[in-house]
Design a protein around this ligand. Structure first.
Ligand code: MOS
Length: 746
């Protein structure tokens, strides 16, 4: 493929003759999960009895380890090994890449005597049982020489700098246009640190066979984990077999590996037996990445008719001093609304706190919390409906690059959503609608999220019994990847779904980038389609070249695949019969997707609109979601059920963002205050009473050969802002500091 134009050619998936694509098919691995028999990383059965490792983590933000006393731990029952930075086996220095093609650099554990954040691993204990390991870990005594640390974000804005290689992006002359604008808004919005809170913590079961290590771990990116471990242990990537078959949530937090991977492998080698290591919930909150806090300033200048003349979104976020990450909260705004004069950018404060990193819709999820409330505020100033204001500022082309949009149905998402939600019943004046001692309000927000496509490969095999197996080093983080890959493969080869198997989460399989950035379905699916098409070619050649086949002699161009058969008009045979006779060892084909350069010539996004109705208790200030509805346009929907589940999960995360989810640095220690789900409040079932969504039909032939786009991150984008706007409409309190806890409402 050299051009996106080639993608306009119909393929079995876009033609979808059997109707399987888009169908609400149950999860491929659902029975295993609901019966508790899907082996997650910590539960994988090892070839012999495993032992258990436990991490000991730092209790200061920054400093040096002065001494570690391990004597009591070593003498504790069942203890097999205690490691500190002085005794851990040699590892490659951090960031080192021996293999230039490596997808991840080395990440040594217990690297040296330096403590760089609270919650960093400082010692490691292995014992015969988890209980003995935990008991011994509690006996490890670490003394520190503390150093001054930057732990207070809001107080450290003076230290902020441009993210590496980035500057503010300017179009036109924002300052001049803003100064002249007849209608103006200048407000600041803040969002806190958020944690991923995956149900399954990070965990690894590792064992060795000669010089090869097998690691079962919970990670979103197969190749990344494989290479990080190989680099750290200074062994060939081929000597690392990484498996990640089932993953209990990722959300970006498992885009990288953590110390469980390296330490389990090192300990398994040292002890000559399998080792299991899992993070505790507290260690997950502190020692894995989080979404950083933001301070965002929005300035809008408009004409009285609502047309934006000047637009700015800029502000501050933070990251770990040693590992730069920017929560790009302003990037999305570059493609959203028209305005001739524009300013967007980020300033980064480097801090001595646990590393920040990507979390579901990195950038959009926090950035839309500011701009989409600001648009609501501006609409009120103008005396205009917030949907109308957004429609007036719909751009014809990408407002900064001038590129044409591939498909942009944002306006339809808003108007369709308004209709179905009953937006016309909204009273624009706050505090007018009551239900007893509860104020009722409605709010809406737009949603936009970037759409990516990455290079990937896939393999597909058919065996003599007709079973078709899709093989790919892809992951399913709970999103439905197994299921959609089965659907694509079944449709491509014209076989029933029951005849298809999916094997993913294995570093020995053809590589795919994994799950992240809502690129998983489009990327892995495109490669799976190509592999399936190549298998069709191989099977066609086999049939038309085999004198025993009813298809012998062709014409090959007229071959069709349906119902498990290969056919030319009324001549047909089953794929099983063909393979059993002509290639009893089976037929295997590979395929790939390589994004063509001209895909960058179009502005490719997914879009949506959120509608929320809340009740605000007049006496307590408690906000309850009453109902929520979203309309989304995000390419071809592969599975109505799993796609909707993704959107639902994103919207619910938006509810958490708006109402309850907050973590914060304890300035005394540089730790995170919320260290469990008792203190870090995510929505529970009782919080979500009525939440629904729908997808608009969308055929985007510029996205990839099947027109698939991401759904995993779109649902959270803008969701919290719709609730913030509903709160204002209910009670007239404009909250600009997330989340909207009762103390802020009253
Ligand atoms: Mo994602 S937050 O890019 O896994």
């Amino acid at each position: 493929m050299s051009s996106i134009a080639d993608w306009a050619t119909p393929n079995p998936v876009t033609e979808n003759r059997s109707g399987l694509i888009g169908k609400a098919v149950d999860r491929y691995e659902g029975p295993l999960k609901v019966t508790g028999t899907a082996p997650y990383a910590y539960e994988v059965e090892a070839p012999e009895k495993p032992v258990h490792g436990v991490l000991v983590t730092s209790s200061i933000a920054r400093g040096r380890i002065a001494s570690v006393d391990t004597k009591a731990a070593e003498a504790s029952p069942g203890v097999l090994l205690v490691w500190t930075h002085e005794t851990v086996p040699p590892q490659a220095p951090r960031g080192h890449k021996a293999n230039p093609r490596s997808q991840r650099a080395s990440a040594p554990a217990l690297e040296n005597h330096e403590v760089l954040y609270f919650g960093q691993s400082v010692a490691f204990v292995v014992a015969d049982t988890l209980e003995n390991a935990k008991a011994a870990a509690a006996l490890v005594k670490v003394e520190y020489d503390e150093l001054w640390a930057v732990v207070d974000f809001a107080a450290s804005l003076g230290l902020a700098e441009d993210p590496p290689g980035e500057q503010d992006v300017r179009v036109g002359d924002f300052e001049a246009a803003y100064a002249k604008a007849p209608v103006k808004l200048d407000e600041t919005y803040t969002s806190p640190i958020q944690n991923h809170v995956q149900m399954e913590p990070c965990a690894t079961t590792a064992w060795w066979d000669g010089d090869k290590v097998t690691v079962n771990t919970s990670i979103q990116m197969v190749k990344g984990g494989q290479h990080a471990l190989a680099e750290t242990l200074m062994i060939a990537p081929d000597n690392v077999h990484l498996l990640t078959r089932y993953i209990g949530g990722g959300f970006g937090g498992k885009g990288q590996s953590y110390d469980d991977l390296v330490l389990s492998a090192l300990a398994a080698r040292a002890l000559g037996r399998p080792v299991k290591v899992a993070y505790t919930r507290q260690q997950m909150m502190l020692g894995t990445i989080h979404r950083p806090a933001t301070i965002q300033r929005v300035r809008l200048g408009a004409n009285p008719d609502g047309r934006l003349t000047a637009f700015a979104l800029d502000g501050y976020t933070h990251c770990f001093r040693e590992q730069v990450f920017t929560e790009h909260f302003a990037n999305f705004a570059r493609a959203l609304y028209a305005a001739p004069n524009r300013l967007t950018g980020h300033k980064l404060v480097k801090m001595d706190i646990p590393p920040a990193g990507p979390m579901r819709a990195p950038g959009e999820a926090s950035g839309m919390l500011s701009l989409e409330v600001a648009m609501d505020e501006l609409a009120e100033q103008l005396g205009m409906d917030p949907i109308q204001l957004r429609l007036i500022n719909e751009p014809e082309r990408d407002p900064e690059t001038g590129k044409p949009f591939s498909v942009r149905q944002l306006a339809r998402c808003m108007t369709e959503g308004a209709e179905r939600f009953g937006w016309s019943r909204r009273n624009p004046t706050p505090g007018q609608v009551r239900d007893g001692r509860t104020w009722i309000g409605m709010g809406m927000a737009a949603a936009i999220r970037a759409d990516y496509l990455l290079p990937a490969k896939a393999g597909v095999r058919i065996t003599a019994d007709g079973t078709v197996t899709l093989l790919q080093g892809m992951t399913d983080i709970g999103t439905g990847t197994y299921t959609i890959l089965a659907q694509i493969t079944a449709e491509t080869l014209g076989v029933p779904l029951s005849q298809v198997k999916v094997e993913i989460g294995d570093s020995n399989l053809p590589p795919a980038p994994g799950s992240g950035g809502q690129f998983g379905a489009s990327t892995a699916g495109s490669a799976a389609l190509d592999a399936g098409m190549n298998l069709r070619k191989a099977l066609t050649e086999l049939a038309v070249g085999d004198p025993r086949s009813p298809l012998y002699g062709g014409p090959a161009d007229f071959v069709t695949f349906a119902n498990g058969n290969i056919a030319i008009e009324n001549r047909s045979e089953s794929l099983a019969a063909l393979v059993a006779r002509a290639a009893p060892e089976g037929v295997y084909a590979e395929g790939s997707i390589v994004p063509p350069a001209d895909r960058r010539d179009v502005s490719l996004h997914t879009y949506g609109a959120h509608f929320a109705e809340v009740g605000v208790d007049m006496d307590t200030g408690e906000v309850r979601l009453r109902r929520m509805f979203g309309v989304f346009s995000c390419g071809r929907i592969l599975n109505a059920k799993t796609a909707k589940s993704q959107i639902t999960g994103g919207m619910i995360w938006g509810v958490g963002t708006a109402l309850t989810e907050v973590n914060a640095i304890d300035p005394r220690y540089g730790s995170l205050i919320g260290q469990d789900v008792g203190g870090y409040l995510i929505p529970a079932h009782a919080d979500i009473v009525e939440l629904d969504s729908m997808f608009l039909d969308e055929a985007d032939d510029k996205a990839n050969p099947m027109g698939i786009k991401g759904v995993g991150e779109l649902g959270i984008s803008g969701a919290g802002a719709a609730i913030a706007n509903a709160i204002y409409n209910a009670c007239g309190v404009r909250l600009r500091d997330y989340p909207m806890t009762p103390d802020k409402v009253l």
